[in-house]
Ligand binder design. Structure first.
Ligand SMILES: Nc1ncnc2c1ncn2[C@@H]1O[C@H](COP(=O)(O)OP(=O)(O)OP(=O)(O)O)[C@@H](O)[C@H]1O
Length: 268
């Protein structure tokens, strides 16, 4: 298998048919993601980031073009591509442990014993530092903890690809920073391939190996890409003083606020 195009998106177009007519959301999307690479998708609101992520997840099908994962066409959702949404989608009547166990059982239930499934679940809880919260229900824990359970559930399924749609968008700045740091450590340990949607330029530079910038919609496409060649492990405090960090940040800001400056339609 070719690790350089672990995820291979070729000539993807996405057109929605709505009551108001035809809406061309994405055009000519071509992207190859390396195995183990961390990609962020960034662009103005409504440009099509979630649409692209949903296509990789297999939740929707492209109007044209093809998406491959490990050489196989993405034909629908599968545990090999786990998704973490902004609003953690935990089942409220189950404990943290049970929420994770459910996913683990779905993937490994046919081949492993109950003891092995339990061990996997506990390992995932430990990975996100939530061993002590195993018996708590979602309403008993904070937003950040819920998001960690969502990430643990996704990771416990040992996905080939972790897809994240603004996973930290609803969190306060300190919790967000803490989870970003944890995610970096987890990804380093699991060697996961990650595609993450974000609005946050600092988050994109801190986490990514490559930042994929989308032009404004309709018919959005990939405008520019930045390879972030900062060594791992990354330390946010040290990076704040790093000239390269500032350069990457400027490149993204330049794209978003000069080249793709939104027409002031909200103001009209
Ligand atoms: N199922 C759908 N039917 C019709 N139009 C859709 C559908 N899904 C998305 N769109 C439109 O496609 C465009 C891209 O939407 P998408 O949610 O992918 O953007 P986004 O970049 O993720 O936005 P945000 O950053 O605000 O979450 C928007 O104009 C949206 O209204």
């Amino acid at each position: 298998m070719d690790d350089a195009k672990f995820i291979d998106i070729e000539g993807v177009e996405m057109v929605f048919h709505t009551k108001k007519g035809v809406f061309h959301a994405l055009r000519e999307i071509n992207l190859k993601v390396r195995k183990g690479e961390f990609i962020t998708l960034i662009g103005h609101s409504g440009c099509g980031k979630s649409t692209l992520l949903n296509l990789i997840a297999g939740l929707t099908k492209p109007t044209e073009g093809v998406l491959l994962c490990a050489n196989r066409e993405i034909a629908g959702p599968a545990p090999e591509r786990a998704v973490v949404f902004q609003n953690h989608s935990l089942l409220p009547w189950l404990t943290c442990y049970e929420n994770i166990y459910l996913g683990v059982e779905r993937v490994f239930g046919k081949t492993e014993t109950a003891a092995q499934l339990r061990e996997r679940t506990m390992r995932a809880l430990a990975l996100v530092g939530l061993t002590a919260a195993e018996s708590k229900r979602p309403h008993e824990i904070s937003g950040g903890m819920k998001q960690r359970v969502g990430i643990a559930r996704a990771l416990a399924m040992e996905p080939k690809v972790l897809l994240m749609d603004e996973p930290f968008g609803a969190l306060d700045a300190l919790t967000r920073a803490h989870l970003q740091d944890e995610l970096l450590k987890i990804v380093a340990a699991t060697q996961s391939t990650v595609v993450m949607v974000t609005h946050d330029v600092d988050e994109a530079v801190l986490l990514s190996d490559r930042i994929v910038m989308l032009t404004n919609g309709p018919a959005a496409t990939i405008g520019e890409m930045v390879e972030v060649q900062l060594e791992h492990p990354r330390d946010r405090v040290a990076l704040a003083q790093d000239a390269r960090y500032a350069e990457y940040r400027s490149a993204v800001l330049e794209f978003l606020y000069r080249k793709q400056a939104h027409p002031a339609k909200e103001a009209a």
